[in-house]
Write a protein that binds this ligand. Structure first.
Ligand code: APR
Ligand code: ZN
Length: 236
């Protein structure tokens, strides 16, 4: 069976109005990443970090999936066994595009996690304040997003999927490769395609094909490449 691993990053949701991290006007230009997105920052100022994730959770409520989310959802639902959908994004736009089995490598903004028992549950787009764990009633609850210097349990799934799909096609959409080494992953695959709006000189060369366009504009070409690969095992 010809297998495809799709890995997405913030660039996938950029055209839906959700800011990326490292582009100009990215989140890390406005906020100190170590203050609001690190284990140390959370210990230093818990409420500041909780407020930051409340703001990001509120921000995604009125956003809509774009053509690239819809393309991924269409292909995943048509070929559920061939395609693995992994994302670094914590928004719910792939789910709202009705994509099934999305693997969130850095967690999910809509969910909270209990620090006492580990239970994870969906609270929608509202603030964390006032929530207690439905499983153990503890008030020690937090955003279910992986911050820097915290464990990322789903990385185990990433490694498993790389092993499972590595004779196949790797498609990376909208990621700088600064956190998950998409360029290094590409080398494990027979074919690999990178779609970023801007060139990433540190990793473009690792890919069989690079498409420097916005994700929504590149979506039809990526769709064709994936369909052709699933049917023929070749790179269109
Ligand atoms: N279409 C396609 N690609 C785009 C678009 C777009 N409309 N807009 C931006 N991009 C690309 C940029 O060229 C860049 O390569 O998306 C990438 C965004 O890079 P980052 O902001 O670094 O986002 P990402 O790679 O997802 O960051 C990884 O870092 O801060 C952590 O946990 C956070 O999951 C995040 C991780
Ligand atoms: Zn609990």
């Amino acid at each position: 069976m010809n297998k495809v691993l799709i890995l997405s990053g913030a660039g996938l949701s950029a055209e839906s109005g959700i800011r990326t991290f490292r582009d100009s006007n990215g989140l890390w230009e406005e906020f100190d990443v170590m203050e609001v997105c690190s284990a140390e920052g959370f210990i230093k100022d818990r409420s500041k970090v909780l407020d930051f994730y409340d703001m990001r959770r509120r921000d995604i409520a009125d956003k809509q999936p774009n053509a690239a989310h819809l393309m991924i959802a269409e292909l995943k639902n048509a070929f559920p066994e061939n395609i693995a959908v992994l994302t670094q994004n914590v928004d719910d736009l792939l789910e709202r595009a009705e994509c099934t089995d999305v693997i969130h490598l850095h967690g999910t903004l809509r969910d909270l996690r209990c620090e006492s028992c580990g239970h994870i549950w969906d609270i929608g787009y509202g603030p964390v304040k006032g929530h207690i764990c439905p499983q153990c009633r503890s008030g020690n609850v937090r955003h279910n997003v992986v911050m820097f210097h915290e464990p990322a349990p789903e990385y185990q799934t990433l490694y498993e999927k790389i092993t499972e799909c590595h004779k196949g096609l790797f498609v990376a959409i909208g990621t700088s490769g600064q956190v998950i080494d998409a360029g290094g992953i590409a080398k494990y695959f027979r074919f690999s395609v990178l779609n970023n709006r801007d060139p990433e000189p540190s990793m473009d060369y690792c890919f069989s094909k690079v498409i420097h366009r916005k994700a929504t504009e590149a979506a039809p070409e990526i769709r064709k490449i994936i369909l052709n690969f699933i049917n023929s095992g070749e790179l269109a």
